[in-house]
Design a protein around this ligand. Structure first.
Ligand code: CS2
Length: 480
């Protein structure tokens, strides 16, 4: 049995907190938390993290008994490596005490609030990027000083800091959204302006919302992962996280100037790329990785594949994704300087093939209404503007439409998880044929703008009909 990790803090007292993280899911625990811990080990600083769950107490309940220490397990093609992560200082559950969370975010020691609240957590309209003022949580947060949403907590905490004469904290989003820093800034300013126009003016001048590109494949932890780790180390870690070896973090170096050199951890010392503008990196990653991830998720699921590794082992799906990169995605954007984009695609193929990572197509298929715009529709729009055909991506959109209809190609029910799932299923059920279903779903303006909907309707309808009548393989083989 491997000596392994003691699941208790091995060193002295927990580092003082300089960061609050909203949305303490598996991804950040394998990614931002590890980078920041390494930066602190290398260059010091009080960058302990207070993690926050905005909904469920589960993560806190699992981590609290083990002093918020957990194992990050790297799963590579050749085996796995264990790392004990000790940077978490506390985990708060927002609904249990909104006041405690606001007090933590308004604490003078906190200089950064990081977020991984997933695309739906920003309460925005995916097609436009604006705050959705009809969102019930935003409706509540407009009038209550104790918020319920991520934008609400950001605004109310910044309001307290301004009233206390403190600088704002830097808002560092780590979610897969286009132009994510500017998107979050826009959402926060929209809400602040409604609540307290002076606060919005202050944030416009003093606030910092750097954009980032984040990349690490992190499958959900399964009960059997917990059991296998305990068997290996002889100790129970109730909340381990699994991840691939690869990681990349590109961050705009734009943090609140009032804190000077203490505005952020020494991220550059641990491989984080600090740049002036993230856009080209973001475009590349959202389209090349996330766009093919979602395409493979829907088509792989409908083809009966449980994981991305299984999907990419299917020669037809492997040929499909290589063609997608070559013919439809790479021509749609300008790669960052110095990047070998064909090599980047080859590396993605290898990452998807990693047998150690059981990344479920069902997990990636979640929240497609919030993901499609930045992962697939932006590429479609640019290809149409450039008169480039994109049958592969249009087939992926058709597969998403079948998926959200809630019944797979064998007539089996699909457990669809999406903020708009009821609405999407009702629209699909309200039509009796492919033409009607596609037209109804293309009419969802939160996702598809009218011009794009009109432009893609005929081909998406044809792809939908082909998938239903001939199945995934025959449909994709016809694209080759
Ligand atoms: C995935 C992403 O679940 C999903 O939507 O596409 O979480 C993906 O694994 C990461 O963005 C990889 O960096």
């Amino acid at each position: 049995m491997e000596a392994g990790l003691r699941v208790s803090r091995q060193k002295g007292p927990a580092p003082k907190a300089g960061i609050v993280h909203l949305g303490l899911g598996a991804f950040f625990r394998t990614f931002g938390a590890v980078y920041i811990e390494e930066a602190m080990e290398k260059s010091g600083g009080d960058w302990g993290i207070i993690g926050v769950s905005l909904q469920s107490p589960t993560t806190r309940d699992l981590l609290a008994p083990q002093d918020f220490v957990y194992t990050a397990q790297e799963l590579g093609p050749g085996g796995s490596r264990l790392h004990q992560v000790e940077i978490l200082r506390d985990v708060l559950v927002a609904p249990e005490s909104p006041e405690a969370l606001l007090a933590a975010m308004a604490d003078p020691a906190i200089r950064i609030v990081t977020l991984t609240v997933t695309e739906k957590g920003y309460c925005h309209d995916p097609a436009s990027g604006s705050l959705n003022f009809k969102h019930p949580g935003i409706q509540h947060d407009l009038t209550s000083e104790l918020p319920t949403t991520a934008p609400g907590y950001l605004v109310r905490a910044l309001q307290r800091r301004k009233a206390a004469g403190l600088p704002p904290f830097t808002v560092l989003t780590c979610d897969n959204l286009p132009d994510n820093g500017r998107l979050v800034k826009g959402i926060v300013l929209e809400l602040a302006r409604k609540i307290d126009p002076g606060l919005a003016d202050w944030l416009q001048a003093e606030g910092r919302f750097p954009a980032t590109m984040v990349d690490r494949i992190v499958p959900a932890t399964k009960p059997e992962d917990v059991e296998a780790l305990a068997a290996r180390t002889g100790r129970l870690d109730a909340a381990p996280v699994m991840h691939e070896p690869f990681r990349q973090w590109v961050v705009e170096d734009d943090f609140v100037p009032a804190y000077g050199k203490d505005a952020r951890p020494d991220l550059g010392a641990v491989g984080v790329e600090l740049v002036g503008n993230v856009t080209a990196y973001e475009n590349m990653k959202l389209r090349m990785l996330n766009g093919t991830h979602s395409s493979l998720a829907y088509l792989g699921y409908l083809a009966g594949h449980e994981t991305i590794a299984e999907t990419i082992a299917d020669p037809v799906l492997a040929g499909y994704v290589k063609r997608l990169w070559r013919e439809e995605i790479i021509p749609s954007f300008s790669a960052p300087p110095g990047i070998d984009i064909a090599g980047y695609a080859d590396a993605l193929f290898d990452r998807y093939s990693n047998p150690g990572i059981q990344h479920r197509t069902w997990q990636i298929a979640m929240d497609g209404s919030q993901k499609l715009p930045q992962r697939i529709l932006g590429t479609l729009r640019d290809n149409l503007a450039g008169d480039r055909a994109c049958p592969g991506l249009l087939t992926a959109v058709a597969a998403w439409m079948i998926y959200v209809g809630g019944t797979d190609l064998k007539g089996e029910p699909i457990d669809v998880r999406d903020p708009l799932s009821d609405r999407l299923k009702a629209l699909s059920d309200g039509a009796s044929d492919a033409q009607g279903k596609v037209a109804a779903l293309l009419g969802v303006r939160d996702i598809f703008d009218a011009a794009l909907a009109d432009a893609i309707q005929p081909e998406v309808t044809t792809a939908y009909e082909r998938l239903v009548s001939g199945g995934v393989h025959r449909t994709l083989e016809a694209l080759a």
